[in-house]
Write a protein that binds this ligand. Structure first.
Ligand code: ADP
Ligand code: MG
Length: 298
């Protein structure tokens, strides 16, 4: 950002300073500005006057003042890294673990999720498989865990199974499969949402297998599905390919199975828009369809 020429801080230019001293001080201010710019210390450069005044007010010694300035720069750089990495990750929305109501989904062990939030599994290149019917919070947890991984400095990419496989099928047709596979193999954590919701093209299983093999023991995959793994041969339309995919995916993995009601329908039920089914709980179990809803999902 272009910066207006700094005026000599009044604190540094007590009245009585001669023109020569004032000019020398101005030269120093400009030189420092140039050096901070060259060193890319943008936060210090932009807030220098305020930071120096604050350091003086706190009566910091030189070392303390230097640490204080560096801390401001580090905080600003970290903030920029975070917002850039969040953008690159392409999360569909913002969701956090703090915003997840564990009481609403008793089949989830909060301890297990908090353990996953440490991202040790990402460091180890392990996988996480989230299984459960629609609306139980799979995408919410994927985004929340993905954000934790970004915060810890890992590269993360979020995609849906449809988007991923669509891109791989297209790349194969255009002779650019190698490039696409390399691209999807790159992030330390690849999040693949909604496997099994829509039928896949016949070539998809092989392409998915190639991707999973490439990432195997290198980078982590966090995948969610509304279908239990026993039904993945139907999802991929090929028993052998599905077995090969599961073999690699599940080798070093944590499987979280969510059973229970859709959170969306629960909200609607609360507001009286939707009546519970006869017999109480409408728990659909994995792979089950949610009860019909009279209003559009949001
Ligand atoms: P799924 O991916 O399993 O279909 P989502 O994660 O998309 O479900 O959840 C649907 C909506 O309900 C989202 O807006 C999500 O944030 C919210 N949600 C689901 N479960 C919870 C929960 N236990 N606490 C808070 N919000 C939840
Ligand atoms: Mg979802």
């Amino acid at each position: 950002m272009p910066r207006t020429k700094q005026q000599l801080p009044t604190a540094n230019a007590p009245s009585g300073f001669g023109a020569a001293e004032q000019a020398e001080m101005q030269r120093l201010v400009e030189e420092l500005d140039g050096m901070l710019n060259r060193l890319r210390l943008g936060a210090i450069r932009e807030q220098l006057d305020g930071l120096l005044e604050e350091a003086a007010r706190r009566q910091l010694n030189l070392r303390e003042a230097l640490a204080w300035l560096c801390a401001a720069e580090v905080a600003s750089k970290e903030q920029r890294r975070l917002s850039m990495a969040m953008k690159i990750a392409h999360f569909p929305f913002v969701r956090t673990l703090e915003g997840f109501e564990f009481e609403a989904q008793p089949s989830i062990d909060p301890g297990k999720i908090r353990d996953l939030a440490t991202c040790r599994w990402v460091a180890n290149g392990d996988n996480v498989v989230l299984l459960g019917p629609p609306g139980v919070g799979k995408t919410h947890l994927e985004v929340a865990l993905g954000r934790e991984a970004v915060a810890r400095g890992y590269t993360v990419q979020f995609t849906t199974a449809m988007e991923l496989l669509g891109a791989l099928v297209k790349a194969q047709q255009q002779g650019t499969l190698e490039m696409r596979l390399a691209q999807y193999a790159k992030p330390k954590l690849l999040i693949i949402d909604e496997l099994g919701y829509l039928p896949l093209e016949p070539a998809s299983g092989h392409l998915f297998f190639q991707l999973i093999s490439r990432r195997y023991e290198q980078g982590s995959v966090l995948i969610s599905s509304n279908r239990p793994v026993e039904e993945w041969d139907e999802v991929f339309g090929d028993q052998v390919v599905a077995a090969a995919i599961l073999d690699r995916l599940l080798h070093h993995s944590h499987v979280v199975t969510i059973r229970g009601d859709s959170y969306r329908l629960r909200e609607k039920r609360r507001s009286g828009l939707f009546r519970p089914q006869a017999g109480g709980s409408s728990s659909a179990g994995i792979g089950g369809e949610p009860p019909p809803t009279p209003t559009k999902e949001v």
